[in-house]
Write a protein that binds this ligand. Structure first.
Ligand SMILES: [Fe+2]
Ligand SMILES: [Fe+2]
Length: 174
């Protein structure tokens, strides 16, 4: 599902913008055109891939700051964890490839390596973020933080998308 004109992310994301350390360690990625190109694709509900990645990145970063772990790696890899750069809603139909859930971490990593210099930990976080759907868990606390943030926010975004569409499902046009 490509983002429709007029569709905006479900919440104003001003919290991360007021965190100077987060902003400083992610600035090059957030400003990069390939990162910003994710704003054309819907990830869950009405949330674009770009907004989803920012949300996962910032929650993973905050978890790491609370429990210990490399918050810089969590912030940067979180931004890149879904950099697969296609519309997954139509991907199987258009390509005949039916395992987006399993294959997109490697696609995201390959794209990320083309445009950014990544640490070993950042590569591991991107590649292992779909655990336990993919069998090998991330190697570090920052990776675990991104797994957790991704699961929680994906569910929240999906449920919010359903909630917003309920009136039309029920024929209500108030
Ligand atoms: Fe993902
Ligand atoms: Fe994700």
């Amino acid at each position: 599902m490509v983002r429709r004109k007029g569709v905006t992310s479900m919440r104003k994301m001003t919290d991360y913008e007021m965190d100077p350390e987060y902003m400083a360690c992610t600035e090059d990625i957030r400003r990069h055109p390939v990162f910003r190109s994710m704003d054309q694709y819907i990830q869950h509900g009405t949330t674009t891939c770009m907004d989803h990645c920012i949300r996962v990145s910032y929650l993973g970063y905050k978890i790491c700051r609370a429990i210990g772990g490399n918050w810089r790696s969590a912030a940067r890899a979180g931004l890149l964890h879904d950099l697969f750069l296609y519309d997954w809603h139509t991907y199987a139909r258009e390509t005949g490839k039916h395992f987006h859930g399993l294959t997109h971490p490697r696609a995201a990593l390959e794209n990320a390596e083309k445009y950014f210099v990544l640490t070993r930990e950042e590569k591991n976080i991107i590649l292992r973020h779909m655990w336990p759907l993919t069998p090998i868990p991330p190697a570090t606390r920052a990776g675990a933080a991104i797994v957790w943030a991704d699961k929680v926010l994906s569910l929240e975004e999906t449920m919010e998308g359903i909630r917003l569409r309920l009136p039309s499902f029920c024929g209500y046009h108030g």
